[in-house]
Ligand binder design. Structure first.
Ligand SMILES: [Zn+2]
Length: 233
């Protein structure tokens, strides 16, 4: 499990986790008992998760019961609440955790369609509307260009939004999408500081990660973000 702890100026901290196979399958429609136990092992508080649809909709988790927000159709969630954990899931797509010095936190699920739709700028804008000044991000594992063969038309549509650095080559020599580069470009466009780029590759790392494309895995890893109060830990 990838783990980051980002201290905030007010003494609190942002905790970010990129889970791996060792943490268990966190697919949102998996068996409830196992899912609850696995979530609890990452962080024991209500999880706000999403029905991810590869779009740019952002859920702002406000004062309502988080149970009423969980499962919303969206690809990003943001909040200032300290009593919930935000989560997105993937098995090749980009999964980002975001925060600001003011304690605005967020998550974003960003495959190529979400990147083209603008999910990262949308998440950053939602965070700024909650008071975020500087927005930073870490990326969980995603598929690498050497494993991600991509059609010419789709590649052109990603390039049109994010620039030529998204073009990659598969290990077998065909055009590929460089999703880590696309995530970095989207963060740059949105003025988000990507301090930990995506670490490929979900397809190559058979023992560590699930891959939808390489193995038709149904399991999902997660990016989980939450706020911790100041003091000992
Ligand atoms: Zn790979």
């Amino acid at each position: 499990m990838g783990a980051w702890r980002e201290p905030l100026p007010d003494g609190r901290a942002v905790e970010l986790r990129a889970t791996s196979r060792a943490d268990g399958d966190l697919f949102v429609d998996g068996p409830a008992d196992a899912l609850i136990a696995r979530r609890r092992a990452v962080v024991d508080r209500p999880w706000v998760w999403l029905r991810q649809v590869h779009g740019d909709r952002v859920v702002v988790v406000g004062p309502d019961d988080p149970a009423t927000v969980a499962g919303a159709e969206a690809d990003a969630a943001v909040t200032t609440r300290a009593d919930v954990a935000l989560a997105v899931h993937g098995a090749d797509c980009g999964i980002l955790g975001l925060w600001s010095p003011e304690g605005v936190v967020g998550v974003a699920h960003a495959g190529w369609k979400g990147l083209v739709a603008g999910v990262i700028p949308a998440a950053a804008a939602a965070m700024r509307s909650l008071g975020a000044s500087r927005v930073s991000a870490v990326a969980g594992p995603c598929i690498g260009p050497e494993c991600y063969e991509f059609g010419a038309d789709d590649l052109a549509s990603v390039e049109a939004v994010l620039g030529p650095e998204v073009r990659g080559t598969t290990s077998w020599g065909t055009p590929g999408l460089d999703l880590p580069a696309a995530l970095a470009a989207a963060c740059a466009t949105a003025d988000v500081a990507l301090v930990a780029p995506a670490s490929p590759c979900t397809a190559c790392e058979v023992d560590l990660h699930w891959s939808h494309r390489a193995r038709a895995d149904t399991g999902r890893q997660a990016m989980v973000v939450w706020l911790e109060p100041g003091g000992a830990r």
